[in-house]
Design a protein around this ligand. Structure first.
Ligand SMILES: Cc1cc2nc3c(=O)[nH]c(=O)nc-3n(C[C@H](O)[C@H](O)[C@H](O)COP(=O)(O)OP(=O)(O)OC[C@H]3O[C@@H](n4cnc5c(N)ncnc54)[C@H](O)[C@@H]3O)c2cc1C
Length: 392
């Protein structure tokens, strides 16, 4: 494994780092406290990121994108997340689901959707499986027909008619294209009866319900998708009919999360406080800061290692799954320690500036996003052989 960053990696890191500090961080705290989730997303930032080529970062070169690899994707996401995790995730959804619009589509679908995605400076992508009645059961893949999404897709002539509700969807209400998974055969388990559909936002029968008001990641809209007799042509099926689960698994199981961005910001904010106050001489504060550094370095290295192996090993490898759990829990701990340092100074208040408290609220979202940490650990257990030695 070679984690030395190339000149190209370092250039991408520098561009996204400067952008996050100069453009995202200064507006993030103010947007975070807006009461209406639908008014928090900074579209002007997205346009600027598009002009830098970041919105389409992972689109392969042959289709006109930058063609970033997994490690470059992880580096850029982390830097953007230093400015704001919600903004980073809105882009990160594009980085991940670009694979769907480029690689899982037919040439005819690419003609209809990819050109538009590439040229519209504010086009975002979203993936939707979670519903009010199904969450972890879609992730842990129970082989019973009752488990998983309830949304139905019934064949009618040249179309499928979709009915049901998805919720918690990242970029829900912001995205132009939605990859929605519905039951094409509810009598079968998900592995044999789930199909993915490409649903453009202006499709008749498709609407956005509630925009969830969340504790953290508030700049990103998470919304409810309501499909009511929503007619989607058969030509919008993603991949093979009834084989949607294979595609979905590839997308969500190898999550490379940008959670170390807010952790790094919380660490920097703590250093600032320590520099300005006498608590830097207290051993409790010194130990906390050392531990924060250790957790950031370990979490980041685990994520980068998973990214470096990306494409070389299965999307569902233990490394990729476990790096999500470790990094999110490390980031939460770092932000909590930063709050302890700030609290000591009586300066934890929620106001119009970057605070460890916002970092903490933001990173908490990764306890659930891309499978809850409990579910991910359960999913990893069968990958650990009790009989064989690990190939360290
Ligand atoms: C910020 C955020 C962004 C999200 N973005 C998206 C998105 O873009 N697209 C999308 O489709 N979904 C998205 N989700 C949904 C997310 O994937 C689900 O929240 C997650 O899979 C858990 O499902 P649930 O919320 O229904 O919880 P439940 O499945 O009801 O779980 C509740 C609790 O029970 C535990 N639990 C459940 N089953 C077991 C078990 N067998 N053993 C032990 N413990 C168990 C869970 O770990 C959890 O703690 C997002 C969620 C959040 C919070």
């Amino acid at each position: 494994m070679d984690l030395n960053l190339s000149v190209e990696d370092l250039t991408l890191q520098k561009i996204s780092r400067e952008f996050a500090r100069n453009e995202i961080l200064p507006i993030a705290a103010n947007r975070d406290i807006r009461s209406k989730p639908s008014e928090a997303y900074p579209w002007e930032i997205l346009k600027k990121l598009d002009a830098l080529g970041i919105r389409t970062l992972t689109v392969p070169k042959k289709f006109g994108g930058y063609g970033a690899n997994h490690l470059q994707q992880a580096i850029v996401s982390e830097e953007l997340a230093y400015g704001d995790l919600g903004v980073a995730v809105s882009l990160d959804q594009n980085f991940k689901f670009t694979q769907l619009i480029c690689n899982e589509t037919t040439e005819e679908q690419r003609d209809r959707f990819l050109d538009d995605f590439l040229t519209d400076p504010i086009a975002l992508l979203a993936i939707a499986i979670t519903e009010p009645q199904s969450g972890t059961d879609s992730f842990l893949l129970y082989e019973a027909p009752i488990a998983g999404p309830r949304m139905t897709a019934k064949e009618d002539g040249n179309d499928y008619v979709l009915n049901g509700t998805k919720h918690y969807i990242s970029n829900g209400g912001l995205a132009k294209y939605y990859f929605i998974f519905a039951r094409t055969d509810p009598s079968k388990p998900m592995s044999e009866g789930l199909t993915g559909f490409i649903v453009p936002k202006d499709t008749q029968g498709f609407s956005i319900g509630e925009a969830h008001s969340k504790l953290g990641r508030r700049l990103l809209q998470n919304g409810e998708l309501v499909l009511s007799n929503c007619r989607v042509p058969k030509t919008n099926i993603l991949g093979e009919w009834n084989k949607g689960l294979d595609i979905f698994r590839k997308m969500v199981s190898g999550a490379l999360i940008p959670v170390m961005g807010p952790a790094r910001l919380a660490y920097d904010l703590s250093k600032k406080i320590l520099k300005e106050s006498s608590i830097k001489d207290d051993q409790w504060a010194q130990m906390l800061l050392s531990e924060m550094y250790m957790l950031i370095e370990a979490g980041r290295t685990f994520l980068y290692s998973a990214a470096w192996h990306g494409g070389k090993e299965s999307d569902e490898s233990k490394r990729r799954l476990m790096s999500k759990v470790f990094a999110s829990e490390a980031a939460i701990k770092v932000c909590r320690s930063a709050m302890e340092i700030w609290e000591h100074k009586g300066d934890l208040h929620f106001d119009n500036r970057p605070t460890p408290e916002k970092c903490w609220r933001d990173v908490l979202s990764y306890l659930h996003g891309f499978g809850t940490n409990q579910a991910v650990k359960l999913k990893c257990f069968p990958m650990i052989s009790l009989d064989e030695e690990e190939h360290w």
